[in-house]
Design a protein around this ligand. Sequence first.
Ligand SMILES: Cc1cc2nc3c(=O)[nH]c(=O)nc-3n(C[C@H](O)[C@H](O)[C@H](O)COP(=O)(O)OP(=O)(O)OC[C@H]3O[C@@H](n4cnc5c(N)ncnc54)[C@H](O)[C@@H]3O)c2cc1C
Length: 487
Amino acid sequence: MPALQWLNLKPLTGRAATAQNQTTMDFCNALKTLLGENAVLTTPEDRASFERDWRGLSQYPAVAVALPKTPEQVSEIIKLCAAEKIAIVPQGGNTGLVAGGVPIANTPQLILSLNRMNAIRSLDLAADCLVAEAGVPLATVQQAAKDADRLFPVSFAADGSAQIGGVISTNAGGVQVLSYGNMRAQVLGLEVVLADGSIWHGLNALPKDNTGYDLKQLFIGAEGTLGIITAACLRLHPAPRARATALVGTSSAADAMALFQSMRRIAGPALTLCEFMTAEALALGGRAPFEAPAYLLLEISALEEDATPQALIERVLEAALEDGTALDAVIAQSERERDALIAMREAIPEGELHAGGAVKHDISVPLGRMAEMVVATEALIAKTYPGCRLNIFGHLGDGNLHINVRPPEGDALSSLNKAEITTNVESLAVSLGGSFSAEHGIGQFRLAGMAAHKSPEALALMRRLKTAFDPTGLFNPGKTIPESPND
Ligand SMILES: Cc1cc2nc3c(=O)[nH]c(=O)nc-3n(C[C@H](O)[C@H](O)[C@H](O)COP(=O)(O)OP(=O)(O)OC[C@H]3O[C@@H](n4cnc5c(N)ncnc54)[C@H](O)[C@@H]3O)c2cc1C
């Protein structure tokens, strides 16, 4: 890792502590002069919700929370932090699931919240793109696209709170990746403030630009470790004119997979959504209209006014009901019914949290091994952690499952050996040719997986990139790249 040696990792006492408090006050006053009194939060009460991650599993103090309005202010903050040896934790909507956007322990850090950089700067319908500042909520971009008769396809349960900068920094996926790709596929250009305070104006709107390294790609999915994204040029897609949505019951993951493949064969990229949920998972999101061991939520979208996706979905489902691949099915008859089906799927993570939480995983495996992964996980948990309840759901068409292990009924989450469970589940996915982190990123919670499964060559390259972009380790220390055994 790059040098963090200037960060004081030992708690101070006596005169040294008094001097540190004075330095902190001076730093906060300098920030207030720069940004205005209301744009710097210093009290523990004001900082608390920024310091705590979405699941409430990580909470360490920051020196302050800064809320800049412009890239120039971000640049000045970076220079001030570098001078005062205070690290920077960039934060968007703070909905990340791996504690990437909150402070780590024993390190002076400033949370740099992009909340106030929330303007859509421009909309270019000739080029089918818009430029949004980093703090614009994902749902606002979706709505702006809709108002312009376009589609912005990245969508997931936290889209009212997650912000463009955070969604890019985690390269988030969501429910329509199988047709439109993840966030990386939507980014045409970026504006980024770098570790020396300079601003990289990379906001071009060109689908083609082979002028050397594609620098924007390095910041996408970098979880705030290489620079602060302040704005992005995002690709817009034609709005669908018709769609059909169905909830289908199946008896197993293998049948769900078979059904997905039939749908995909017939609908191709028009199959825009294919979500898998076990009965236990769906029960956390709401009451299913019928009972089945597992469910698929499917959606076919069409760009033509006269298309009949409903007829297509009915045709495939009739065949599946006949051959037994499907046990039961409902097709939404209105937008309201469609929204209710989607809402039930999207309510699963929050339902799980309210039910006491789980040891969460975000694995992917090759499509041909999805059913095997589900069966092997069920066997692993039944044998090694008897009584534990599984909540398995995810983006079947992307080979991505959230395999969440809940404690036995009546037991607390803290009773589980989280590290051991995670090692077992992630190793299983990797042994099937998969990944231990499909779409949520690494943050703090997946560092052990990085150390265990990422090759030494890949880690060495990542460390060299980090050092090149951020030589003093100013940005988001303790995230994404595990410490080198030589540090
Ligand atoms: C209910 C729920 C459902 C979810 N479903 C999905 C899903 O289906 N698919 C999926 O992929 N993800 C999903 N997620 C997780 C998803 O990764 C995040 O919600 C989202 O992408 C993060 O956006 P955010 O603005 O909240 O970022 P934050 O949580 O604030 O930050 C995430 C990371 O990005 C960095 N960061 C934030 N802003 C910037 C910036 N401007 N510049 C540089 N770095 C920055 C942070 O330091 C941190 O490392 C879900 C989360 C929740 C709570």
